[in-house]
Ligand binder design. Sequence first.
Ligand SMILES: Cc1cc2nc3c(=O)[nH]c(=O)nc-3n(C[C@H](O)[C@H](O)[C@H](O)COP(=O)(O)OP(=O)(O)OC[C@H]3O[C@@H](n4cnc5c(N)ncnc54)[C@H](O)[C@@H]3O)c2cc1C
Length: 408
Amino acid sequence: MSTAGDFDSRQLMSCGIAIVGAGLASLRTVDALRAEGYTGDITVFGAEKYMPYTRPPISKALLHDSAVHDAVALTRRSTSARDRWLLRTRIVGSDLTKRTLTADDGSTFGYEALVAASGVEPRRLSATAGRADCRSLRSLDDAQFVQANVADGATVVVLGAGFIGCEAAASLTGRGIRVHVVALDDAPMVRPLGALVGGEIRRRHEAHGVVFHLGVGVSAVEGDDFAPVVTLSDGSSIAASLVIEAVGSRPSTSWMEGNGLDLTDGVLCSNDLRVVGTADVVAVGDVARFPNPMFDDVARRVEHWQMPMFSAKRAARSLLAGSVTTAPAFDSFAPMPWFWSDQFDVKIQSFGQPGLGTDVTVVDGELGADFCAAYIRDGVVVGVVHIGEAKKAAKFRGLIGTSMMVRS
Ligand SMILES: Cc1cc2nc3c(=O)[nH]c(=O)nc-3n(C[C@H](O)[C@H](O)[C@H](O)COP(=O)(O)OP(=O)(O)OC[C@H]3O[C@@H](n4cnc5c(N)ncnc54)[C@H](O)[C@@H]3O)c2cc1C
């Protein structure tokens, strides 16, 4: 491992393929480029101090088990001596015409081709700015911080009732911590999964003692350090020892600004993951916004653990194929979005894009027990969500793309 300062100016043009971001997507892109036969230099820039690690345990086991890098480190498949990992090095600017990147210490690097793998970063609320006892949950350091600063029996306020907020609430409750979840939405996870499944998730959390404050915002967070008092928009307040902010994320694209790219909600890519307006830049993982013909021609980002694997393989092929005009005709890229979420003893699995559905119907089991819900748009299933035994879920993914009418 090196730092940016280890590279002198004569090496500037020797990055080969530069990858910005050192997470799952970047690691799998290195693997894919090597598997496709690329033997030149690859230089990876990572803002964190760690080699790539898996993030899902951050809001699950790592809130009660030990949170060390070894436990979550991802396995490197490529062992090429021409892979260089520059950790603790944040890229702060780029010039795609000159093919240069600028790091936070002022160093400049040249590259032959570029991979955007910079993922997303947590959104923060202005009400919590500057407070040491309010923390988002994205990195290993965040998990270590929460572990170290929450004693058993304490009260934690979780802001946000999306996946990460609900998982954190379940994990901390399992540790004997009292948890209040505050959200503007009317049900947990309502945006990706809708009110029916959201209501089920709420019921299961409440059965374990989680207290929801829904349909309200945060007016202020005051009080001494590690004794925050959270005042809600309905005038009520909650005294706690820590606040976890899980209010969504924003793509890490500031380093690409000024190049005329479409950076609206991630970097816009064509279906082959080439960044639109470029011939030698691709994007992978959470930061990439691309159309998936499984659904329609609208470009969307997908923040799921599986997507970096799929996108890395496709992006590597696109990059090595050269410019758009010389690229061979690949099959279209139509990966099945899939994610899981563990909350208490409940395993939630989602296939497709449930958020696109306008109707939802239970197709197996029943609410209150294990069940599967299908999400339907214009008579076609666009997503399925299964709650219950993990092994049973996969059989329902075949429903996606099939016709189904819902009787009103
Ligand atoms: C707490 C948590 C729980 C999750 N649980 C699940 C789950 O249960 N199931 C599921 O399917 N998915 C889950 N996910 C989502 C999954 O982890 C992500 O989809 C995956 O990590 C995306 O990988 P990535 O490499 O695209 O981005 P990231 O993992 O975010 O990696 C990007 C890296 O780039 C670095 N970086 C950013 N900008 C720069 C820059 N300018 N210069 C240098 N480096 C930079 C960042 O520091 C980061 O290390 C979870 C995510 C989190 C945070």
